[in-house]
Ligand binder design. Structure first.
Ligand code: PEP
Ligand code: MG
Length: 583
């Protein structure tokens, strides 16, 4: 087959070479995981048992039909029984389990999707409508499957599996919650049709530290199941069915990158100090407590951003995590960081991170009931989380970070809620650190333009550049059609960041950047030049940023900064920022 390439948005660095595994939206609705070789036959039996159970179900339905039931009803059951016995349902999914290692639900849905596509092409309207019958039968089987015990792979069970070492996921879209499900799987790369560079899906891909590209437009239809694919995560390019020569070139590049990474590993214990002796704090962004291991391995000075909303997502119709459940997760993170500070951001739900049980009615969710707005509208949820965080503060150094603040009353109400949560714990006789620091995310332009309001009442600030850029430049961070406008070097963005850092320092409070800009080595010197002394990023980016810091000299950056901050022409700014890197 001829080779072709697709161009999109790079979101996670590196090169992945593997075989495409197309994920359909329906497949994303059920659990999808790979089954270890030794459990394949048991998984096949799980599906066979479910098929047999549905057969019995249909039989019972038939037997219990009232005598006066319309004849169509019996015919309807007959059609479903026929579909169920057809090899396209009773055998093809079993082959998929054996050949692709998919779990039973995923295998069944893959087959149904394939059949549905074939039915869509049928001209006869009557036959075309049989698609609905097939889907109803599949739903019955899925229901039975979901009630049966699943053979999810255990940690490490799939490691070294040749089949998995090659798997690249290709999908139209993957939600951040779905992306999280991939954490324990051994997929080596992601490609999606939609999405922006700083969408939360992209952010999770970066935290998984595997190459990914989004905004590929038609990738999930153009790429075929099992096609060989190369993802160039640095360029945002996907090469499908590459020639042997191209493959060889990319293998070579993979080796070079691996060697460079190994070299960086030696910096783990080196303190991040600039050439002129300025110490910089390098913190980690995490989504779940398990990420702390990676943070510690990268030598992070603490957690600068724990996106706690990931504990609330992907729970289906299940309720919110209880106070005890949250406390346990926060405690785990605090313990794993061994005395280093852990900054827990309160629930930042909404926009591209909806809760499963949230209604999707807002026309413009990024401007809707998100983050602190949601928490203040749902005080019981907020108080529960605050109590859990406060209780975890007994196990180490915890900081509370409030997202999306813009109004003075949001500051006052948040602080009042923290006070109330403390009082509730006092009533219960539970302990917490009474001096837990409380910070605000500066990620709405209004906040960056009203800093006196924040520095007076907050203990620290953290600049969320992802949203700051989204809201300042009025571009949806998940919309790939406007992704080219997402420019961290726009003069307005530089002014807002610089002003926030200066105002914080003038007031004597710490300021960090925890948006994706902090992990971009091309911007490290720019941020240092603005006075930033605390960077928070994915652990996988930390050592490269540290290397940049070790090679930077603040005295030689300073004169260039004046030029950059005065410039209004984007090209001139980009050139000047590039020039910082060769100082
Ligand atoms: C940000 O907006 O920069 C940020 C760090 O928060 P999130 O990406 O989770 O919105
Ligand atoms: Mg944000």
């Amino acid at each position: 087959m001829a080779s072709f390439s697709l161009h999109g948005i790079p979101v996670s660095r590196g090169i992945a070479i593997g075989r495409a595994h197309i994920l359909t939206p329906a497949a994303l609705d059920v659990k999808h995981y790979l089954v270890a070789e030794e459990h394949l036959e048991a998984e096949v039996r799980r599906l066979q048992d479910a098929l047999a159970a549905v057969h019995r179900e249909l039989q019972t339905l038939w037997n219990e039909l009232p005598k006066d039931a319309p004849t169509e009803l019996g015919a309807f059951i007959d059609v479903h029984a026929l579909i169920l016995s057809d090899p396209m349902i009773s055998e093809a999914p079993l082959d998929i389990i054996r050949s692709r290692h998919y779990n039973a639900e995923w295998a069944l849905l893959t087959q149904i999707d394939e059949l549905s596509a074939q039915f869509d092409e049928i001209e006869d309207a009557y036959l075309r409508e049989r698609k609905a019958d097939i889907q109803q039968v599949a739903e019955r089987v899925l229901k039975v499957l979901m009630g049966s015990e699943q053979l999810m792979p255990k940690q490490g069970e799939l490691e070294g599996d040749e089949f998995l070492a090659q798997m690249i996921v290709v999908a139209h879209d993957i939600s951040p919650a779905d992306m999280l499900k991939f954490r324990d799987r051994s997929f080596i790369g992601f490609v999606t049709d939609v999405g922006g560079q700083n969408s939360h899906t992209a952010i999770v891909a970066r935290s998984l530290d595997i190459p990914a590209a989004v905004g590929m437009s038609q990738a999930s239809t153009l790429i075929q199941q099992d096609d060989w694919v190369i993802i160039d995560g640095d360029a945002g390019v996907v090469i499908v069915t590459p020639s042997a020569q191209v493959l060889e070139q990319y293998r070579e590049r993979q080796m070079v990158a691996l060697r460079a990474r190994k070299k960086l590993g030696k910096l783990k214990k080196t303190p991040a100090i600039t050439k002129d002796g300025t110490a910089i704090a390098l913190m980690a962004n995490i989504e779940l407590p398990d990420d702390c291991e990676h943070a510690m391995e990268s030598g992070a000075n603490g957690v600068g951003l724990f996106r706690s909303e990931f504990l609330f997502m992907g729970r289906g119709a299940a309720s919110m995590p209880s106070e005890d459940e949250q406390y346990e997760q926060y405690r785990r993170a605090v313990a794993a960081m061994k005395g280093r500070p852990v900054t827990i951001r309160t629930l930042d739900i909404g926009a591209d991170k909806p809760l499963d049980q949230m209604e999707h009615t807002a026309l413009n969710p990024a401007l809707g009931l998100r983050a602190i707005r949601y928490c203040l509208a749902e005080p019981q949820i907020f108080l529960t989380q605050l109590r859990a965080i406060l209780r975890a503060s007994m196990h180490g150094k915890v900081r509370i970070l409030i997202p999306m603040m813009a109004h003075a009353f949001e500051i006052d109400q948040s602080l009042a809620m923290i006070k109330r949560a403390k009082a509730q714990l006092d009533d219960r006789g539970e302990k917490y650190d009474p001096d837990v620091k409380v910070g605000a995310m500066i990620e709405i332009p209004a906040a960056a333009l009203a800093l006196p309001m924040f520095v007076k009442k907050m203990d620290f600030l953290s600049i969320g550049t992802n949203d700051l850029i989204q809201y300042t430049l009025a571009i949806d961070r998940v919309d790939y059609e406007v992704a080219h406008l997402y420019n961290p070097l726009h003069p307005a963005i530089l002014q807002l960041i610089s002003m926030t850092i200066a105002a914080g320092h003038k007031a004597g409070i710490e300021v960090a950047v925890c948006g994706e800009m902090a992990g971009d080595t091309k911007l490290t010197r720019l941020l240092l030049g603005m006075g930033l002394r605390e960077f928070s990023m994915h652990p996988s980016q930390l050592l490269a940023v540290k290397q940049e810091i070790l090679n930077s000299d603040l005295d030689s950056i300073a004169p260039q900064m004046r030029k950059i901050m005065r410039a209004m022409d984007p090209d001139a700014i980009a050139d000047a920022v590039m020039a910082l890197q060769v100082l």
